[in-house]
Design a binder for this molecule. Sequence first.
Ligand SMILES: [Zn+2]
Length: 366
Amino acid sequence: MNSSVFWLMRVLALFFTLGLLLLSAPAVQAQTALPPGPHKPIKYTRWAYPSQVTYGPIETGGGDTGMAPARGAFLTLPFMGPHYITSIFDHCGPDYSVSGRVCRYDGAVASKSVGGPDPTFDAGYAQTPGGHDYLYYSGHDGYDYGLYYEPVAASAPGRVMLADWLVPGCTTCLSGKTIEINHGNGLLTFYGHLSKILVSRGQYVARGQVIGISGMTGTATGPHLHFGVYHINGGGPVDPYGWSGPGADPWSRDVGNLWLTGSPRYATVQMPSVSVTAATQVDDPNNIDVSWSSPGDMSFTIYVVTRHGTERAWIGHRGNGSATFAGKPGENYWFWVTASSDLGWTDGAGSAVITLSHMSHGAVSA
Ligand SMILES: [Zn+2]
């Protein structure tokens, strides 16, 4: 065959391969954010996943609700980094009874009678008949975020009221491993389905402090964080977004938009971001100078990894620094450095591999 036809076929094959990659990559990512709750898991793709709030399907920490904060606003997001919003607070009865309607903070309503079950997900109701625009789910009293075994942050300063199984001893009941924080303003925040709890009852926590690791304990079809705000002493749930819809808030216990700026934002805390370098000394090539740093004031652990893969902690150090490692000729080494902030956020990075020469000093200079 003629070479230009052959070339064209190769180009087409390349485009076909790239196309497959483009189609498959986001779907894999979306797979990690299955809608949670006491319903069966569903299959969906990123572009079909409906926005649960007005500014999109993903909470990026930069969304704009267009609403002003209430006077008592005190919340930041209970995590860092972009995550799917997989379920919203249902203003039409946030009491886990299925009413056939899901009502959002801005007045949007998805119902069984108008939109009907969503074609891709019959547990959520579509806003328009046949539309891929369901809201999820009827009776929900908080927000679900697609966290996958990730750090959960205190959404405001306060004192831990509960750090245990919600139902003592029951690993599959309700929200499983749960933390409640009393914020001293008549409200508590609630973090459910955790895999790990990192605080204890009575402890004071700071905004943005890592209090646990998300998971899927209790009743959950996949890993996610249930985040709720409740009146202390059994006064029931409130929607942190408040109500901006037409007419009166169908949920009379709300106390306004509780996000600090009026829109959900990450807590402003210094996150660790580790840099590490390793290089042999010019005048003694068996000595390796290792230096580590991160923005902020972090606690570091420096590990030495040998060519056999054994790793041992070498140095614990507060703050950026450097040290000299005396290696053996003919060996190779690299260095793994972890940093953690006082609020519990962590990061890690490795150096390049340093191979030391077999030759002795004399041999090098000879
Ligand atoms: Zn939930």
